[in-house]
Design a protein around this ligand. Structure first.
Ligand code: PLP
Length: 410
């Protein structure tokens, strides 16, 4: 038994279970998978090597692995109405890497959203491979509205003439208009990549427009609103199938994580159900409610609200920074992450904001009435940051409250 053989790791696991059970997780990029997904990701498929693709493997004994991968590909194509899917990327970052390597040469120019407006590290940030290899120019949100200004994106695109335009974000709380991005890309003959890592579940639920038909490539993670195992996904037209597949393996990866691909297949099947659609609707309802409750209590939300599963609070007028807020909230059992606000004067290690999202708490069964309580606890905690007694009291309440909601939902 693990507890006897490796008490160090076993103890950390027990503590993590306890923490997930007794706290409120508001990190928008995380989720709580179903029992079925959890079971298959911990299955003996982890034992199998399967370099290559169904029917064309470098290893023997792949008969059952082939079934799994074929089903995962078929389900991904059906879910998103895509001509082709590659389900092998180990992560969202590797999905992006495969797309870049398939169409760009080092030094080529890409145009992407800057990180303080909501762009991701892999969208050309200097410290990331994407920023090291490619010449990136950025668009930001509008300073006044904090929304994407498509005229401005077009202006930059015409001036810079990038080979690839990337849309999709880690913290933008509004609808992304893929059609407008597509028009801009077409005008300058650039490729368009839609990175839907955050909003994949909302797209499946028809709660956000789809990039299918507009983007040449679509990348995603499978573990955020999609509620599957940690991993990546690439969708593309048939014409790019060969290029993408050969870039994933042998281009940038070796053996696929078969247990994860099996869990992706199960998650895709779950995503085809009415229950999944209802779940996505509730994520947004909860997010809007939590956002409104915080606004009522005087918090400024970037762009003035949310249309999706997340939002960013600007803490500058509260006299605290994102790092401090993250730490004090964690102390009482509310898990968030510090986040840059557009044009943030503070560095990414400190930030002026925190990012809040509702996929996890919705998976645990919370609804609008719980959002009122959570907003109240966030407010009380930040207001009473110096009062240990009050903070202890809030922590107790949160522990009692959170432990009522399952961390192993169906
Ligand atoms: N793209 C976006 C928009 C993301 O938000 C993320 C992760 O946060 C990624 C890509 C990368 O995903 P991963 O962490 O699986 O590499």
């Amino acid at each position: 038994m693990l507890n006897k053989f490796d008490p160090e790791i076993y103890k950390a696991l027990r503590k993590e279970i306890e923490k997930q059970k007794n706290t409120i997780n508001l990190i928008p990029s995380e989720n709580i998978v179903s029992k079925n997904v959890l079971k298959i990701v911990g299955s003996i498929f982890t034992n199998k090597y399967a370099e290559g693709y169904p029917g064309k493997r470098y290893y023997g004994g792949c008969k059952f692995v082939d079934i799994v991968e074929k089903v995962a590909i078929e389900r991904a194509c059906k879910l998103f109405n895509s001509e082709h899917a590659n389900v092998q990327p180990h992560s969202g970052s590797q999905a992006n890497m495969a797309v870049y390597f398939s169409i760009l040469k080092p030094g080529d120019k890409i145009l992407a959203m800057d990180i303080s407006s909501g762009g991701h590290l892999t969208h050309g940030v200097k410290v990331n491979f994407s920023g090291m290899l490619y010449n990136t120019c950025f668009y930001s949100v509008d300073k006044e509205t904090e929304l994407i200004n498509y005229d401005k994106v077009r202006e930059i695109a015409l001036k810079e003439n990038p080979k690839l335009i990337i849309c999709g974000s880690s913290s933008y709380s509004r609808i992304i208009e893929f059609e407008k991005f597509s028009q801009i890309a077409k005008e300058i003959n650039a490729y368009l990549l839609a990175d839907i890592a955050h909003i994949a579940g909302l797209i499946i639920g028809n709660l956000h427009p789809t990039p299918i038909g507009y983007a040449d490539f679509i990348t995603s993670t499978t573990h955020k609103t999609l509620r599957g195992p940690r991993g990546g996904l690439i969708l593309c037209k048939k014409e790019f199938k060969e290029r993408i597949d050969s870039l994933v393996i042998p281009g940038i990866q070796g053996g696929p994580l078969v247990h994860v691909i099996a869990a992706k297949a199960v998650a895709f099947k779950e995503a085809m159900t009415k229950k999944f659609k209802k779940y996505q609707i509730q994520i947004i309802k909860n997010c809007k409610k939590l956002c409104e409750e915080l606004q009522k209590r005087g918090y400024r939300i970037v762009s003035g609200g949310t249309d999706n599963h997340l939002f960013v609070i600007d803490l500058r007028d509260k006299g605290i920074n994102g790092l401090f807020a993250q730490e004090i909230l964690e102390k009482v059992g509310i898990i968030t992450n510090k986040n840059l606000i557009p044009f943030d004067p503070l560095p990414p290690s400190i930030t002026s904001g925190i990012r809040i999202g509702t996929p996890c708490i919705t998976s645990r069964g919370m609804k609008e009435k719980e959002m009122e309580k959570i907003a109240e606890w966030i407010d009380e905690t930040l207001k009473n940051k110096g009062n240990e007694k009050i903070l202890k009291d809030i922590k107790k309440k949160i522990r009692r409250f959170a432990s009522e909601y399952p961390i192993y939902p169906e």
